[in-house]
Design a protein around this ligand. Sequence first.
Ligand SMILES: Nc1ncnc2c1ncn2[C@@H]1O[C@H](COP(=O)(O)OP(=O)(O)OP(=O)(O)O)[C@@H](O)[C@H]1O
Ligand SMILES: [Mg+2]
Length: 322
Amino acid sequence: MTADNNNNGVIIKTSALTKTYRGMEKAAVDNLDLEVYTGEVFGLLGPNGAGKTTTAGMLTTRIIPTSGNAFVASIDVRKHPSLAKQLMGIVSQQNTLDRALTVKENLYFHGLLFGMDKKNSLVEADKLLEEFQLSAWGDKSVYALSGGMAQRLMVARAIMHRPAVLFMDEPTTGLDPQSRLVLWEILRELNKEGQTICLTTHYMEEADQLCNRVAIMDHGKILALDTPSNLKKSVGIDTIVQLEVKTNLQQFSDAVTKHLPQVIKTRLYAGGLELQIGKTDNLLSKIVAAADDAGSEVTNVSISEPTLETVFITYTGRDLRE
Ligand SMILES: Nc1ncnc2c1ncn2[C@@H]1O[C@H](COP(=O)(O)OP(=O)(O)OP(=O)(O)O)[C@@H](O)[C@H]1O
Ligand SMILES: [Mg+2]
């Protein structure tokens, strides 16, 4: 199935897309205006309950919007859900493989379901098994697959009919670090070949590493949307310093803001103090001077660059992991 690329490169468009679940006061997704471009990896990043799955569910026709519109490849998903679905590959948050079928049959029957003829479907299934390093498992039950292999098979199945957009809801939740890296590599490769990917995640590294653009979502709304690098620049923080101090943490905190007017924000966390700092020279000597002033001793320092976590905290006042 080919994508309709004639809409200025916009492949997903929503306007005022809203879902309020029955009996709920607040909207799970609240007047969402979104554009995803052809060829990009787009990420919805947000904590539990942000509305990521609800958004993905409406785009993939599983959830009926309360109001607003959504278009995928110029097709109105509310008016033409079956047609729209033909243009999508979907990997949901749960394992949706057919356990009555073998690994290869999961691909083969998916191909038939999406209009491929038997021969083509068999050829494609073999090709994908090879590409996703699952050939040795073709005749096995899906029960035999590890979590990482099952996830790879779900991606292979989702792209088998050449969808215009591949949707993935939390693609690597529950995977071990190694399988996560393998899947990232597969997604990068697919994207390099032109596959548009729209994913949700609550892992900032995943959004940062994989996505061309990221929308930070909380309480059903998008708080910020840009490339990971621009998002990180947008908060005006140059350096994050985490300090462990032997005594007088509060006094130290007061002294450090005096010595370092570039401190944008201080945050106490279990075991230490975090400083978010704008551009400055001689950072460490200023920190040491502040410790001297406060009569305290710095026992540990770690310096890092802002992450999407920093961006999230700046916009919401909360930790992504809380
Ligand atoms: N079927 C439902 N009925 C009522 N409320 C729901 C339903 N599904 C989700 N919600 C609520 O809607 C809000 C958004 O949920 P959603 O599953 O879209 O969030 P999410 O960002 O995908 O979270 P998670 O990281 O946990 O997957 C939450 O407050 C959730 O409790
Ligand atoms: Mg979810």
